[in-house]
Design a protein around this ligand. Structure first.
Ligand code: FES
Length: 116
């Protein structure tokens, strides 16, 4: 399976999130120590950038700073209201200091509400 370069690991400050746009996809790239997570950047509650929110390093969630829904970095599921739908989660590979995602996982935009 081919992979797509996202950014350099050093571009992401530890315990923070950053918006990276790859092939038109808005991604939140989150680093917790040496672990890297990539989820869709657009909150499933409304059109707001998740990368502007707070990273919870204990629960491994990213909180939307608009209304406070927190999304799991591991499965994209909202952990609290007002969001009820997950955001996309991408398989991550870090190689030689560069972050990649698996290309077959790329789906532009949000999921359309299909129950997974
Ligand atoms: S826009 Fe994210 S919780 Fe409302």
């Amino acid at each position: 399976m081919s992979v797509l370069r996202v950014c350099e690991l050093e571009d992401i400050a530890p315990d923070s999130a950053k918006l990276v746009v790859v092939n038109g996809l808005k991604l939140s790239v989150v680093r917790i120590e040496e672990d890297v997570f990539v989820i869709g950047d657009t909150c499933s509650h409304a059109d707001f950038s998740l990368s502007e929110g707070e990273v919870d390093t204990q629960d491994k969630t990213l909180e939307c700073s608009k209304h406070g829904a927190a999304f799991s970095l591991e499965n994209g599921e909202p952990q609290c209201l007002p969001a009820t739908k997950p955001v996309p989660v991408y398989d991550v590979e870090v190689r030689d200091g560069t972050i990649y995602i698996k290309q077959a996982e790329l789906v532009p935009g949000q999921t359309s509400g299909d129950s997974a």
